[in-house]
Design a protein around this ligand. Structure first.
Ligand SMILES: C[S@@+](CC[C@H](N)C(=O)[O-])C[C@H]1O[C@@H](n2cnc3c(N)ncnc32)[C@H](O)[C@@H]1O
Length: 291
């Protein structure tokens, strides 16, 4: 029987001590990152707010003035502040793109990759488009040697700072400032191999030397390259996320199946659950499989 990726497996990100989704609605979401409460735009939130009284608590609100988005600071917010997820520590900041440096919908994937890594002997992991590095820190914390790639010096510096906060020994993560596709192609030519590959490609991005990344053109090429990089070790795994390009989980799954053949795994949406109402915000998609 043909094995197929099961695409009904939506993953639920539940509140943890340093993060909770307090409420959402009217195209906004209200979240707590440690002690700081932020309100920011959320296109998925077509519904009404359920706890309007909570919104006054926001320390900062990302709002648009004459089509330009910026943070309105209501109470004092430090330039950066520390958060943790288990032993993994990282800093949050209010960035100009309405992000905080943490994507909480990834939490079930951190848990899953940690579990996979703990089963592999001498795991060697590749994390592409690694941003502030939380997936890399979780992998290194689980015993892996990690190659973390990002094209932005600023993101790489932030990820390095997070690694120091998490007490990850310096020789556990190789930091690479490069275009993800160019790096992967080079690694394939060198005959490199990885026991786990994690990637979170944006819809559009730029490499370290200005290379243009367009998901619709470049993802198929990147997947072909990564097929050569994924080791045959039992337990080796592949995890891809997507959040901004509007693709359905099945589209990513079929893209993977057309390259890797019949693999057994799951895919679906990434949901963040509200603390009280249990409503969810669909916040991205993922596909993952284990060899
Ligand atoms: C989608 S975010 C990654 C989110 C992250 N994985 C997480 O869960 O926190 C995009 C990252 O990709 C990087 N990026 C964009 N284009 C790139 C490219 N061509 N090569 C490498 N990194 C790129 C950006 O600098 C940014 O850090």
């Amino acid at each position: 029987m043909t094995k197929k990726l099961n695409c009904d497996q939506h993953l639920l990100s539940l509140p943890w001590s340093d993060y909770e989704l307090l409420d959402s609605g009217d195209s906004m979401k209200l979240e707590r990152f440690g002690a700081i409460v932020v309100a920011r735009p959320e296109t998925q939130a077509l519904w009404k707010k359920e706890r309007p009284e909570l919104w006054e608590k926001a320390d900062a609100v990302f709002a648009f003035h004459e089509k330009k988005g910026a943070w309105d600071i209501k109470k004092s917010v430090p330039e950066s502040w520390e958060l943790s997820w288990g032993p993994t520590r990282f800093s949050a900041r209010l960035t100009g793109f309405k992000h905080t440096g943490v994507f909480p919908e990834q939490e079930p994937n951190w848990l899953w990759s940690r579990t996979q890594i703990e089963k592999i002997e001498r795991p060697n992991i590749l994390n592409l488009f690694g941003y502030t590095g939380i997936a890399s820190l979780v992998a290194a914390g689980a015993g892996a040697f990690v190659t973390h790639v990002d094209a932005s010096k600023q993101s790489l510096d932030w990820a390095c700072t997070n690694a120091r906060l998490s007490n990850i020994p310096e020789d556990k993560i190789r930091w690479v400032l490069d275009d993800a596709l160019a790096f992967a192609k080079r690694e394939a030519r060198r005959g490199a191999s990885y026991d786990g590959i994690i990637l979170d490609p944006p819809a559009f991005g730029r490499g370290a030397k200005g290379e243009v990344w367009k998901i619709e053109e470049d993802l198929p090429i990147l997947l072909e390259t990564l097929k050569d990089l994924l080791s045959d070790k039992p337990g080796s795994f592949f995890l891809i996320n997507g959040y901004a390009a509007g693709y359905a989980p099945r589209s990513f799954a079929q893209a993977l199946e057309s390259v890797f053949g019949n693999v057994q795994g799951e895919c679906g949406e990434l949901h963040i659950q509200e603390t009280q109402s249990k409503r969810v915000i669909p916040s991205g998609i993922y596909v993952r499989f284990v060899r």
